[in-house]
Design a protein around this ligand. Structure first.
Ligand code: 13P
Ligand code: SF4
Length: 304
């Protein structure tokens, strides 16, 4: 880590470049705190998509992972969209390809495909409607009951939303290996040690973990819960816990597992962000035909 003076200089340069280039910095809730210190807009995947839709900036730097940058680009085709790190991906998003989804669809006549926003543009282009962790239940409820709903790629969010919406869903067998780290044992130990705390977990956790927790919510839902309550244990990537500690230092907040660290979300840093702004590197480019098709399920989601 650089010394305080060097960090202040980097922040000043970033702020100057933001003005000069009409650039907006978006940061996902899991991003390192130093990134949050220069971000213009922050939030969960749905908030970022909604904010991106209204951004109207010439340049947008997405501090997060690739699918988030792609969503921003789809919603802002005329803006130059840059990703905070060229290799920041989401392994779960890569667990199904467009080709595999076409084969999956062929097995189920009269289907409706719901893709989690954590998916590639090729998969979105093959889907009917997109969803995020905060609107998955509503999205499933919007689909006619006679359809066979195919949910890709996250089996955990898919089964959580299926149960809550009372819909029959066939899920792809994808998962987030970071949320998989959080175990039933972690919940049991936390309950015993902190009986008066509320345990809130992300729906990407396994169904067993979600069942034992008090609540399941997106990272925005979790942040709202912390804002309105005290004594909360967060079952998700540790970045959210760090963000909550910095926003509400007086509150008692704990991580359910300190091991749940998403390396892709941690690739961003202030020096790299400055470099990206200076060199305008890591630009997100999407094939025009794919972009047209991939935008449709996102636009449909935003209508709900
Ligand atoms: P949220 O939309 O809840 O922020 O989740 C995104 C994500 O990647 C969770 O792992
Ligand atoms: Fe993907 Fe999991 Fe990282 Fe979220 S935490 S970006 S789902 S790998």
């Amino acid at each position: 880590m650089k010394d305080k003076k060097a960090i202040t200089e980097i922040i000043c340069k970033i702020e100057r470049l933001k003005k000069e280039k009409d650039a907006l910095i978006l940061a996902h809730n899991y991003q390192p705190l130093e990134i949050h210190s220069v971000a213009d807009l922050t939030g969960d995947s749905l908030q970022l998509a909604e904010q991106a839709a209204q951004a109207g900036a010439k340049m947008i730097v997405m501090c997060g992972v690739k699918f988030m940058g792609e969503t921003v680009k789809l919603l802002n085709p005329d803006a130059k969209v840059l990703l905070s790190h060229q290799n920041a991906g989401c392994p779960m998003a890569d667990m199904i390809t467009g080709e595999q989804l076409r084969e999956f669809k062929a097995q189920y006549p009269n289907n409706a495909v719901v893709c989690y926003v954590n998916s590639t543009v090729e998969v979105k282009a093959e889907s009917d409607i997109c969803c995020t962790s905060s609107n998955a239940v509503r999205v499933l409820q919007s689909i006619p009951e006679d359809k066979t709903i195919l949910f890709v790629p996250d089996q955990n969010l898919g089964s959580y939303a299926a149960e809550k919406s009372n819909r029959k869903v066939v899920t792809w067998q994808g998962y987030c290996s970071i949320h998989q780290i959080i175990t039933v044992e972690d919940v049991k130990i936390a309950r015993e040690k902190y009986p008066d705390y509320t345990i809130v977990v992300h729906p990407e956790c396994t169904p067993d973990v979600v069942k034992l927790a008090d609540l399941a919510a997106s990272t925005k839902g979790m942040a709202d819960y912390v804002e309105q309550n005290d004594k909360v244990i967060l079952g998700t990537e540790v970045g959210l816990y760090e963000l909550m500690k910095s926003r509400f230092p007086e509150k008692k907040v704990l991580p359910l597992s300190e091991k749940a660290i998403c390396p892709d979300m941690k690739r961003s840093s202030l020096p790299l962000l400055l470099e990206v702004l200076e060199t305008e590197s890591n630009e997100i480019i999407i094939d025009k035909d794919i972009a047209e098709r991939a935008l449709k399920p996102i636009a449909k989601m935003l209508e709900i």
